[in-house]
Design a protein around this ligand. Structure first.
Ligand code: ADP
Length: 259
């Protein structure tokens, strides 16, 4: 029991004997600590944009004669911060829905070709044509939630755009593995040092906070991807070479249908 936290209770039993009941509380404590961390992180992430908005509102109240150009610039900055809060709240709600038993997975036949094409179109719009996006669909359709898989794949593709320099090539590939189905996103971007890789799917974990924020990241994208894949009985495999690029592969059980 070294390193574990045990809670003990003594219960009286017949003939003046007693029973010692022990309960291993290590996991409960760990989950409680994770919950506390999440609340602290989320509060901090929401407070930052709110502080900016309140600051500009105070300026507007104290200086009613502010010129139109300055006022317009302040409004634009406030809108940006409000949108950041909207993205954060949207991602937090998505995560809690993915974890809740009240929203069981709705399985349907997913037209993977159409899904991957639309994810590519969205990534292309985000890139503004500054990246080349290659698509290869060489596997069967899959059973799952089209909406959830779409959000997982789109998160991976948008990360590839956001963490790659202009002019880079991004490959989106759907293939059949030996006994599974795989959606891979490969980029020639900044890459990730090995020490970070196992932590990337933690909520709010970012290698470079300022780059994530500059590119409108919430720090929750890969946590969403992980949960979507877990619900589908799958997993995320990450490999990367710093300075050369990364590959994120969503591995799903082979639930393809004939025909
Ligand atoms: P974020 O909103 O910060 O992008 P994610 O959960 O999507 O949050 O990703 C977590 C972190 O993983 C990012 O902040 C970034 O440091 C790193 N990361 C994700 N995808 C890539 C990628 N394709 N290349 C390099 N780093 C990446």
């Amino acid at each position: 029991f070294r390193g574990r936290k045990l809670e003990c209770r003594i219960i009286p039993f017949e003939n003046r004997r007693q029973i010692l009941v022990t309960h291993d509380a290590t996991d409960t404590e760990r989950i409680e600590a994770m919950r506390r961390d999440f609340i602290a992180n989320a509060s901090h992430e929401l407070r930052t944009p709110l502080t900016v908005i309140v600051g500009f509102l105070e300026i507007a109240m104290s200086d009613p004669g502010l010129d139109v150009a300055t006022r317009t610039a302040h409004l634009a900055l406030m809108t940006e911060q409000a949108q950041r809060m909207q993205r954060l709240i949207g991602d937090m709600l998505t995560l809690s829905r993915l974890e809740s038993d009240e929203f069981p997975l709705k399985r349907e036949r997913v037209d993977v070709r159409a899904l991957v094409q639309s994810v590519a179109a969205e990534a292309n719009a985000l890139s503004g044509g500054r990246h080349t996006i290659d698509v290869e669909v060489d596997g069967p359709d899959v059973m799952g939630s089209a909406e959830e898989l779409r959000s997982a794949f789109a998160n991976l593709a948008s990360n590839a755009v956001r963490y790659s320099p202009q002019g880079g090539t991004i490959r989106l590939k759907w293939t059949r593995g030996a006994d599974d189905l795989r959606f891979s996103v490969m980029d020639c971007g900044i890459g990730i040092e090995p020490i970070h890789i196992s932590r990337l799917t933690e909520r709010f974990y970012r290698v470079d906070k300022s780059r994530s924020r500059e590119t409108q990241g919430t720090g929750l994208g890969l946590a969403i991807v992980k949960h979507v894949l877990l619900r589908h009985g799958g997993r995320l495999v990450i490999s990367s070479v710093p300075g050369q690029g990364s590959s994120f592969t969503a591995v799903l059980p082979n639930t393809s249908l004939p025909g």
